[in-house]
Design a protein around this ligand. Structure first.
Ligand code: 4NP
Length: 159
């Protein structure tokens, strides 16, 4: 099995790079790296080429999570390359679904809200932490940790 997973948020500097880094850490710790390809992207391109937001990198680093990715914008080819595209909030989901229509028959990706995989919350959206304080970044990390543990346990690695 090689599952190709893309995490998507708005700017690709807060939520989706955190999701990518948590996922990478979990598959590393659990010896599952060979089964997955993982990346993240934003529906907007304002921060393309930038490191993740320093507030998110700091909050993640305190949990032993190293966010290394650089921002990039989601593009039509992503719908041919990734099996699973996981979005953060409803606006994100509808933007990704609109772009997916343009990919037409070449699209292979399944598109879901990431909190579909969370087990410890009834929230359906990961709140955008960009304009808030440090608590918002920790909330995002808690939600993503929960969802990613659920996501990883949803795969049948024998396939
Ligand atoms: P993200 O957060 O979508 O989790 O990366 C945001 C980052 C930047 C902006 C909004 C949200 N912005 O407006 O620039």
């Amino acid at each position: 099995m090689n599952k190709r997973i893309l995490f998507v948020c708005l700017g690709n500097i807060c939520r989706s790079p955190a999701a990518e880094a948590i996922f990478l850490k979990e598959i590393e710790v659990n010896g599952l790296i060979k089964y997955f390809t993982v990346d993240s992207a934003g529906t907007g391109g304002w921060h393309s080429g930038n490191q993740a937001d320093s507030r998110m990198r700091d909050a993640a680093s305190k949990r032993g999570i190293d966010i290394q990715s650089r921002a990039r914008k989601l593009n039509l080819k992503d719908f041919e390359k990734f099996d699973l595209i996981l979005t953060m909030d409803n606006s994100n989901l509808s933007d990704v679904q609109s772009l997916a229509k343009k990919a037409g028959d070449k699209k292979i990706s399944h598109i879901y809200p990431i909190l579909k995989y969370a087990t410890k919350t009834s929230l359906i959206e990961v709140p955008d932490p960009y304009y808030g304080g440090v608590n918002g970044f920790n909330t995002v990390l808690d939600l993503l940790q929960d969802a990613i543990e659920g996501l990883i346990s949803s795969f049948n690695l024998d396939d």
